[in-house]
Design a protein around this ligand. Sequence first.
Ligand code: SAH
Length: 231
Amino acid sequence: MWTARVFTLYPEIFPGPLNKGLYGKALKKKLWNLEIINIRDSAGDKHKTVDDTSFGGGSGMLLKPDVLGKSLDSNIKKNQRVYYLSPKGQKFNQKKAKALSKEKIVNLICGHFEGVDERILETRNIEEISIGDYVLSGGETASFVLIDAVLRLLPGVLGNETSKEEESFENGLLEYPQYTKPQIWEKKSVPDVLLSGDHAKIKDWRLSQSKDITRRRRPDLWKKYLEKDKK
Ligand code: SAH
């Protein structure tokens, strides 16, 4: 069973949004598993201190390596991958979500304050993952994003296996526009081709829409798509 093990200072906010709808049902059905580790439980002093000031100066506090190290070492078995959610990491994307969905256990460290002591990243062979070029106050929201993206790829969780192949990013393109009932709404009809029943034509139309949207909105993806096509 795919397991996310989250190291956090705020265990009470989990499972939070991950408990909604199909994800909540899948959690109950044990299609996936969530383990929440309170980093503070590994603090040694009576005040349960988890952070301290930065050597060399600066205003913020850092998670102490001794506390975080103990928390990781007492919960993680050898050979399990450990990730730190961090703005300095490799940018998260659909490909990474897929790769993570194939791992058995994904250990995620949520930082806070100014981040973590660098030595923990070196000694515990931790990979950093960023969810985008902006700075959050803590890694928890980032972990929700990462886990959400992985869960929809796990077998049985969403229940509709084929729809995923059509999704944005799956073929390197953004998804085509979609329409539902009513067929005419505020005087606007849905595109005729979708009512034609001609599946080949619909497929063509959707692909050309996908290409169009990608070219206009995401020149970066479009360039990659064209390069892939050449090979
Ligand atoms: N001083 C750090 C930022 C710390 S932000 C720096 O400049 O790099 C506090 C915590 O929020 C981080 O430890 C990290 O776990 C989380 N976080 C912030 N932005 C993030 C992002 N873009 N992706 C993933 N995690 C992020």
